[in-house]
Design a protein around this ligand. Structure first.
Ligand code: DP6
Length: 368
């Protein structure tokens, strides 16, 4: 019997992955680049238990039992059945990149349990494309690769988590009641119907990827923000160019983008970058020194719901009064449009957690 428990981070793309050239192997149409977020604030946690007593593979996800046919195949190498229990320490329903952390954690934990060495990113990729970027810390590039078997479609670290220590991240969890189009089906339809996506992958992303790597290398925040914002907008433009359109941002998302542009304009330089995935939540990148004033201004324009007692969660921060030329901002909007904010930073990749009480399974292999 052996039991391991690992945690894995969330990642947020600054150059977006949108579109596959092979659905089966999950091979992307373009390179993407992401920042790995600190596991202190957000992570997936997975316990894997391998035992000769188990009769079949079992999987529990966020407290619910799920079908586990993919967990292990009958072979000489995998002699024993496996029980897997996984949960996120942040709301899955909030639409935050939970599948990436979850799949990365599953693959990493299984590799630890079975003693598998070598590249895991091409395995994680086949669970959910973006998951391959959660296997490393700092800034990570997922290379699209060119081989038909996908062997060269792997993620690699560009810069580690200490490269740009001032970088901070604010996840703005937006109130939204609409039904979501999953990224998997949204991107499939984009590939089938969007001419703009074709233009994006052929003519936009290759140069932007190079520019992003250079901005990161130079720690040029102004340029980093411009590229991040443009790439988010390019991806959402492709989503809207899809037939029928895939609409992910809502009015609050657009109001947040507007807030960022006004703030940056008033500073005469980009102080904040926004990016949106396949949902209405915003992810803002900014430098540590700017967090207090940006948060103060954000709270003025998007007042918290009066019942929300912990509007800003995560890393502690003192809030500064909003920027003086507050008339630059449209608003204030009605309260509660942003539910809450998670304040975090760039962090490291997955790791094994040790200790007797860390496991999610008991000695019988059942969820605690
Ligand atoms: C908008 O990795 O969730 O977040 O490979 O179909 O599982 P599948 O898609 P997924 O797509 C993520 C899309 C994105 C952009 C990104 O993270 O690069």
């Amino acid at each position: 019997m052996s039991m391991v428990t690992c945690i894995a981070p969330v990642n947020i793309a600054v150059i977006k992955y949108w579109g596959k050239r092979n659905e089966e192997l999950i091979l992307p149409l373009n390179d993407s680049i992401s920042a790995t977020l600190s596991t202190e604030q957000m992570h997936a946690k997975t316990t894997v238990m391998v035992s000769s007593n188990f009769t079949k593979d079992k999987l529990w996800l966020n407290g619910k039992k799920r079908a586990a046919e993919a967990a292990g195949q009958q072979s000489e190498f995998v002699k024993y059945r496996v029980h897997v229990c996984s949960e996120n320490n942040f709301p899955t329903a909030a639409g935050l990149a939970s599948s990436a952390a979850g799949y990365a954690c599953l693959v990493y934990s299984l590799a630890k349990a079975y003693g598998v060495e070598g590249d895991l990113t091409s395995i994680a990729r086949q669970g959910s494309g973006s998951a391959c970027r959660s296997l490393d810390g700092g800034f990570v590039r997922w290379r699209m690769g060119s081989k038909a078997d996908g062997k060269d479609s792997i993620a690699e670290q560009l810069f580690d988590e200490d490269h740009w220590p001032e970088m901070r991240v604010l996840i703005l969890v937006v109130n939204d009641a609409r039904k979501k189009v999953s990224s998997t089906s949204g991107m499939q339809l984009s590939v089938e119907t969007s001419d703009l996506l074709k233009h994006r992958v052929e003519n936009v992303v290759p140069q932007r990827t190079k520019d992003m790597i250079e901005a990161l290398k130079q720690k040029d925040f102004h340029k980093f923000a411009e590229l991040t914002i443009k790439d988010s907008n390019s991806f959402h433009a492709c989503a809207l160019d899809t037939y029928p359109p895939a609409v992910y941002m809502n009015d609050t998302s657009h109001a947040i983008a507007d807030f960022v542009h006004r703030y940056n304009k008033s500073k005469g330089v980009n102080k904040v970058a926004y990016t949106f995935d396949a949902g209405p939540n915003a992810c803002l990148f900014l430098l540590e020194a700017d967090v207090p004033e940006v948060l103060g201004s954000l709270e003025l324009v998007f007042p918290p719901h009066p019942k929300e007692k912990s509007f800003v969660r995560g890393l502690p921060v003192r809030r500064l009064p909003a920027m003086q030329d507050a008339e630059l901002f449209q608003g204030p909007h009605e309260s509660g449009r942003i539910k809450y904010v998670i304040h975090t930073k760039v962090g490291s990749g997955p790791r094994l957690v040790k200790g007797s009480d860390v496991h999610l399974l008991n000695d019988e292999g059942l969820p605690k």
